[in-house]
Design a protein around this ligand. Structure first.
Ligand code: SF4
Ligand code: SF4
Length: 396
């Protein structure tokens, strides 16, 4: 048995510009029933009860506005939230555990942010009933016998303090124009300011105004602000972005130290190496971006990450991708001497006020990829600009 999921992208559906092909060609409509019609806002509205899943509307819509999927009937009983008719829905909810870091991975648009909002209590799940105002009672009844019941019971009673590092750190300067130190002092509810500032290498950023911080500094300031607050649950939405490998390591140590104090921590992250280092367990959200997301069971970090790459969840016996993600089988070092060189450069020196760099000679070869690694602010961009001719060398 399957249950039908019909999603109409309200931004893509343009009924004034199309020939209403979905309504015209739907076989259920042709048979005289009302499977698709336009709603009050002139957007296609599909009845999931009447739809037979033939997929004709998907093919005939000139704007790719429709998705129709068949999901297992059992999943229907595990719907946590649906935003509205023919819209995205989330099945199952991640687990949080005291003293442990749990990672949440999945593609963009798959429901990670929705899950975070529910876990933090800022979104009350409606169990799919989008026509009535949601309340905690039905959700708590649904959770009966499940591990997360206690967390949500305390959320409903207002007993869980939540500290969140948002994904969109670039928006922080819109609301905080003063010095970093003023911001972090205000967040320091546990007297750990100097310890966290040192751990995140933020000493140099403390006197800067927040709008003047680099992307990496801003990210670490946001991590510090969340870590400094006294909370029961800490949520970090993509904490590694903009930072180099050393700074990511520093961020991961700070996040781990929060769990070591017995707090619950949940991390949403795309950097799998970071996740492997920082988490105790991983949950994968799979599904179709913008259509539906399903939260997997709890996996040990290594198994969860391998399952994500493999596209197969062994506990659930679900293949959510028909091919594994592979990083190839090349050896780390390959000689490319015989291939065509498209640029060759000798030893180059470049000086700026307070900064100098020396580049050993080398060459770029057609068809090969040259990787450049190193900490932020060591000259990687300058190197690229020199090679591209956008920057003149001081010597060489
Ligand atoms: S879903 Fe496609 S075919 Fe149907 S009304 Fe919207 S734009 Fe037209
Ligand atoms: S998939 Fe459903 S809504 Fe679309 S044409 Fe077929 S029956 Fe109609």
């Amino acid at each position: 048995m399957v249950h039908r999921v019909a999603v109409v992208d309200r931004d893509l559906c343009q009924s004034k510009k199309c020939g209403l092909e979905c309504i015209r060609d739907c076989p259920v409509n042709i048979n005289g029933e009302d499977c698709i019609h336009l709603d009050e806002e002139k957007i296609a509205l599909i009845s999931e009860e009447l739809c037979i899943g033939c997929g004709i509307c998907i093919k005939v819509c000139p704007f790719d506005a429709i998705d129709i999927l068949n999901l297992s009937e059992e999943l229907k009983e595990e719907k946590i939230h649906q935003f509205g008719v023919n819209s995205f829905r989330l099945f199952r909810i991640p687990v949080v555990r005291k003293g442990e870091v749990i990672g949440l991975v999945g593609r963009n648009g798959i429901g990670k942010s929705t899950a975070l909002k529910i876990l933090s209590g800022s979104l009350i799940p409606n169990l799919g009933d989008y026509e009535h105002e949601a309340g905690w009672e039905p959700f708590l009844r649904y959770l009966s016998g499940k591990e997360t019941k206690d967390h949500f019971q305390r959320i409903a009673e207002g007993e869980v303090a939540v500290s969140m590092k948002p994904q969109a750190v670039y928006r922080i300067p819109e609301t905080w124009k003063k010095e970093t130190a003023t911001l972090l002092k205000r967040m320091d509810e546990g007297g750990r300011l100097s310890e966290v500032v040192k751990a995140l290498n933020l000493e140099g950023a403390m006197k800067k105004k927040v709008p003047d911080l680099s992307g990496g500094e801003l990210q670490r300031v946001a991590v510090a602000a969340a870590a400094l607050r006294e909370a029961d649950l800490y949520l970090f939405d993509e904490p590694s972005s903009y930072n180099d490998v050393y700074q990511r390591l520093a961020v991961s140590r700070v996040i781990r130290s929060i769990a070591d104090r017995g707090k619950s921590v949940l991390v949403v992250e795309h950097d799998l190496a970071f996740l492997d280092y920082v988490t105790d367990y991983v949950q994968v959200i799979y599904g179709e971006p913008g259509v539906y997301g399903v939260v997997s069971g709890l996996y040990s970090s290594r198994t969860g990450i391998n399952s994500l790459l493999e596209g197969y969840l062994p506990q659930e016996n679900i293949r959510f991708r028909d091919h594994p993600v592979s990083f190839g089988d090349r050896s780390v070092v390959e000689t490319v001497e015989s291939e065509e060189k498209i640029a060759t450069y000798g030893r180059i020196k470049k000086k700026f006020t307070g900064f100098r760099m020396t580049i050993g000679g080398g060459s770029l070869t057609r068809g090969s990829i040259l990787g450049i690694v190193g900490a932020n602010a060591l000259g990687k961009t300058t190197f690229l600009r020199l090679i591209a001719g956008e920057e003149k060398p001081s010597e060489g």
